[in-house]
Ligand binder design. Structure first.
Ligand SMILES: Nc1ncnc2c1ncn2[C@@H]1O[C@H](COP(=O)(O)OP(=O)(O)O)[C@@H](O)[C@H]1O
Ligand SMILES: [Mg+2]
Length: 239
């Protein structure tokens, strides 16, 4: 097996990430299989070893123009399925973004659950407001330095939904001003709002509320997106 080595300066962080990833692997989350019983010391650093996943980052996948929007949306469906499994054990990811997902690209055939691999669980044991307002996927909690919760991951699912549909980040993420949230976040205006646009915008809105209690759960996100993806009703609108 090809080995990927991840280095840590901090011993505690190496152990936390190893233990989280081990547990996630055991409960059926698609993530790289760890090698060994725990972190090892290497020089003045600590390392964890895992299976090297040969694939494309979801970021690079999104950038490929020849891959259809529907196929990219299937990746997001399986990301949300993994998040649903994590959340069922109340484990947060908290660093969800296309760079932290690897897609096993096949020459042929549709994307399946087994092709979408989550990585980087280095933030999932963050408690309270130990958060970073400079990151790209800046949720409402990041922006206002509020506590990060399972619903923070749900907001990121919403942001990725927008990114798959529009091929860019929502404007409100580009500003550092929390006023950007004054109006309810919605999709960009288009000339003709087709049924697929309306269904996806509704799902987006259910993720983007600044009040985390008004957001849906990752399980609801998965169920709604799955219905949209498989429903014949929207077949003609995936361009
Ligand atoms: N198991 C793996 N197999 C292949 N590449 C990996 C693996 N884990 C991480 N990577 C690559 O290394 C990068 C950094 O790893 P990551 O766990 O995200 O650490 P960081 O906390 O530095 O972002 C990832 O974006 C990915 O490209
Ligand atoms: Mg990373």
């Amino acid at each position: 097996m090809d080995v990927f080595v991840k280095e840590f300066v901090d011993k505690k962080k190496a152990y936390e990430e190893f233990n989280t990833q081990k547990r996630l692997y055991e409960i059926g989350v698609k993530c790289p299989k760890l090698i060994g019983d725990g972190p090892e010391k290497r020089g003045d650093k600590f390392i964890i070893k895992m299976e090297n996943v040969n694939g494309t980052s979801f970021r690079d996948f999104l950038n490929k123009k020849y891959i259809s929007k529907r196929k990219k949306m299937f990746c997001l469906l399986f990301i949300s399925e993994n998040i649903k499994i994590m959340h069922s054990k109340t484990i947060k990811h908290l660093d969800l973004k296309p760079e932290n997902v690897i897609i096993l690209e096949k020459k042929q055939g549709p994307i399946t659950f087994n092709d979408v691999i989550l990585i980087d669980f280095g933030n999932s044991f963050i408690f309270g407001i130990e958060n970073d307002n400079t990151k790209e996927y800046r949720t409402f909690e990041h922006r206002t330095l509020k506590a990060l919760t399972l619903k923070t991951d749900v907001q990121v699912l919403g942001i990725m939904l927008y990114e798959v549909y529009f091929g860019k980040l929502p404007n409100l993420l580009l500003s550092y001003d929390s006023k950007a949230w004054d109006e309810e976040p919605k999709f960009d205006d288009v000339e003709e709002k087709n049924p697929l646009y309306i269904a996806l915008e509704n799902l987006y809105k259910k993720c983007m509320s600044e009040d985390k209690d008004k957001r849906i759960t990752s399980k609801e996100f998965y169920d709604i997106l799955k219905r949209i993806l498989y429903s014949k009703e929207y077949n003609n609108y995936w361009v």
